[in-house]
Structure formats: structure tokens, C-alpha cells
Design a protein around this ligand. Structure first.
Ligand SMILES: *Cc1c(COP(=O)(O)O)cnc(C)c1O
Length: 397
């Protein structure tokens, strides 16, 4: 009998009941190496003792009061995000798509409040993914996600990823912002060159546009810096930024950050949320951030990331008939496969060998292990992947 669930997902028949670090366990005690981490969410692995303690302590005290009342954890966590980014204002929500909604509204409201409501168009990029709300699917522009949901929402102009001339040509007097993932996740694990981000920053400055980064997937230490744009050393800073996924490490938490100026239109009553920033999320978010923000932690992320990168390049050389390209940055990395090998087949072959990985657009395998993964755990994942690639296509040959 089919489960009484909407058929929008198609999970394999495995039920995980417990996790520890980078490992997931089934009821019967089978052990899987988790190198997708709930799609870059479990940044600190499973059942991290400090995070579990923070959540259960808060659970015994206070869960929810709504934003009718002050929530001290919000003030504490916002101060941490502000210190880490140089942005000034934070709005807390529960997911990536909500963070995007807040960002799009912040950008449009900024111009409306300045008396320029006709500036509402936002430039976005091919291969983008910004979530599944109605505005987010329109910003993302993926036809498969838009199909059947009524007319396209006006106000998004999509250009090829990485093409600065196309962005310049798309700017009109109605443009208010540029929205980009510094590293595209779902669209194929593509990292924007830092020079490209700097060129976008410059273009925004020239035209008075707001630069919005969607760091829902690539933020929270995923690339080996707290935020992916920080690899550009202050030369490509955003006006507005979204975070989610890894900042909650498994608890639903998102945020939209903005400069004082860009947040200028978001005055009393302009936006809201019932659950966003609740005491449980704040207890977890603060505990997660205190771990991520420790420079020693990020050093270890970079050590594992360097190992992964070396090994993925080695696999590309070892399987030239199957692997086209190594993609991504830090611990958000991918292998673009050649046409004859399907990413889903390799993903399944790995799962059969107890390694969990993801896929992404353009026939890409996606790896987003918990940031606590060690080089030795990465080696175990690489060994399984190596075998899966080696065996791919054998049966047919
Ligand atoms: C996952 C994701 C989102 C949407 O986040 P949800 O929490 O699923 O709503 C938005 N942007 C990017 C870049 C993402 O990877």
C-alpha cells in the first residue's frame, strides 16, 4: 500500500533511525557513510553532543513565544553573523526559500522606500536554485519546477552563469538587484570565479544595484571559509545575503542578512514570520555558530577539502572515460560525468556499498559531507566511489 504522502519525493527503501558523526544507522544496525549530509545541512554531522545538549536544554525551558516578544537568542546570534560578515541587519526564518523571499522583498522594498518602485527587476543565472516557493522558482527559472503552477511571475531576468557581458546587457532602468549563488549547488556544483563576483560587485556599484548572495548551500563554512564570498577578500561583498541549511546543522533555521542601507525599507510591519527565530532554533543556531566560527575548525575543514580535491582529481585521471570534470569548492564538490554514465547509477552503486552521495544538474555527482569529516573518512568514501566508477558500464560491456 502506498504511504499517504504526496508523491513529490522518491526515497530509496532504507530507514535511518540513528546517526553519529558522519555515520547513519538503520534499525538492523547497517552503517552508512554520509557524504551528502541531508544536502549540506548536517554541517556538524549527526547527534553532535554540544548541539544536542543545547537543543535539549532549551527544550526544557521555552519553545516558542513568537516575534510578538523579544527573543534574546536572536540578538546574540544576529550579533555573531554581523561580526562575521560586516553586514548589519538580520531577519531569522526557518528555511532557505524563506530567506530568499525575505531577500527579494528587502531588495524591492529598498527601492520602493527610496521612491523608485519601478526598480523591481532582479537578474538571476541559468542553473540557479533558490528554493520552491512561488517567487523562488521564478527566480531559479528551472522549467521543470515552474511547470503547471500558473503564469510566470514578472521581474526576473535570467542570464548565463559566468557571462559578465550578458549581465551588463540585462541591466535596465527597472533593475534593482543581482541574485547569485557564489557556488551553485543543485544546478551542478559550479563555483563562480572570484573575478566574476568582483565584476558583479563593480557593476552593482556603477548602477546602484544591490548584490544578493544566496549562500544557503555554500555558506556556513562549507567552502572552507564561513561564507564563500569571503574568498574574494572584501572585493566582492554582498548587500544582502541568505543563509540556511548548515547554519542550523539539522534544525530548521534560515536568515536574511543585509547592510544597514539595503535593510532600509524593512520597517515595522514590512515582513514577518510566526516561527522564525524561535528559542529552539536560536539555541541550536548559537551553538552551531560557536563551533563553525572557531578558526581551528575551519582549518580542519580545509584539510579534508584539500584531500577530497586531490583525490577527486586522481579519480578523474583514473577514469577518463567516465569523469569529465571536478567541480565546486571546499566540501561542496562534484564530479561531472561523461554522457555514457548516469549520475544516478553511480549514486546507487555507492549506496549499495553503504556510501551516501548526492546528484546535481548536468549529470553531476555531488559531495557535501559533514564539515567534521576527517581525511580518513574521505578516503573511505573515495575508495567506494573509485570502485563504483570502475564497475560502471561493466555489465553492458
Ligand atoms: C536548498 C537551497 C535553497 C532552498 O532551501 P530550502 O530550505 O529547501 O527552502 C535555496 N537556495 C539554495 C542555494 C539552496 O541550495
Amino acid at each position: 500500500m502506498p504511504a499517504p504522502l504526496m508523491d513529490v519525493f522518491a526515497p530509496p527503501p532504507i530507514d535511518f533511525v540513528r546517526g553519529e558523526g558522519v555515520w547513519l544507522y538503520t534499525e538492523s544496525g547497517e552503517k552508512y557513510l554520509d557524504f551528502i549530509a541531508g544536502i549540506a545541512v548536517n554541517s556538524l554531522g549527526h547527534a553532535h553532543p554540544q548541539i544536542a545538549a543545547a537543543l535539549s536544554e532549551q527544550a526544557g525551558k521555552l519553545w516558542h513565544v513568537s516575534n510578538m516578544f523579544r527573543i534574546p537568542g536572536q540578538q546574540a546570534l544576529a550579533a555573531k553573523y554581523v561580526e562575521a560578515t560586516g553586514l548589519d541587519r538580520v531577519f531569522f526564518c526557518n528555511s532557505g526559500t524563506e530567506a530568499i523571499e525575505a531577500a527579494l522583498k528587502t531588495a524591492r522594498k529598498y527601492f520602493a522606500a527610496k521612491g523608485e518602485p519601478e526598480r523591481f527587476r532582479i537578474i538571476t543565472f541559468e542553473g540557479a536554485f533558490h528554493g520552491r516557493s512561488y517567487a523562488a522558482i521564478n527566480a531559479g527559472g528551472n522549467a521543470a519546477y515552474l511547470d503547471g503552477f500558473g503564469p510566470r511571475m514578472d521581474g526576473f531576468d535570467q542570464v548565463p552563469f559566468g557571462d559578465i557581458e550578458a549581465v551588463k546587457a540585462a541591466v535596465t532602468p527597472e533593475t534593482c538587484a543581482i541574485l547569485i549563488e557564489p557556488v551553485q549547488g543543485e544546478g551542478g556544483v559550479r563555483a563562480a570565479p572570484l573575478e566574476y563576483l568582483k565584476a558583479l560587485r563593480k557593476l552593482c556599484d556603477e548602477h546602484g544595484l544591490l548584490l544578493i548572495y544566496d549562500e544557503v548551500q555554500c555558506g556556513a563554512g562549507r567552502t572552507g571559509k564561513l561564507f564563500a564570498y569571503q574568498w574574494a577578500d572584501g572585493k566582492a561583498d554582498p548587500d544582502i545575503m541568505t543563509v540556511a541549511k548548515g547554519v542550523g546543522a539539522g534544525f530548521p533555521l534560515g536568515a536574511c542578512l543585509a547592510t544597514e542601507e539595503a535593510a532600509g525599507g524593512m520597517q515595522f510591519g514590512a515582513h514577518g514570520t510566526t516561527f522564525g527565530g524561535n528559542p529552539l532554533a536560536m539555541a541550536v543556531g548559537n551553538a552551531v555558530w560557536d563551533i563553525l566560527a572557531d578558526p581551528a575548525f575551519m582549518e580542519q575543514v580545509n584539510a579534508t577539502a584539500n584531500y577530497m580535491s586531490q583525490q577527486l582529481h586522481r579519480l578523474k585521471d583514473a577514469h577518463p572515460d567516465k569523469v569529465e570534470e571536478v567541480r565546486g569548492k571546499g566540501l561542496l564538490v562534484g564530479l561531472k560525468l561523461k554522457d555514457g554514465v548516469a549520475n544516478k547509477d553511480i549514486q546507487k552503486a555507492c549506496r549499495d556499498e553503504k556510501l551516501l552521495i548526492g546528484v546535481a544538474g548536468g549529470n553531476v555527482l555531488r559531495f557535501a559531507p559533514p564539515l567534521i569529516a576527517t581525511p580518513d573518512e574521505a578516503r573511505q568514501a573515495i575508495d567506494i566511489l573509485d570502485r563504483a566508477l570502475g564497475q560502471a558500464g561493466r555489465a553492458e560491456a
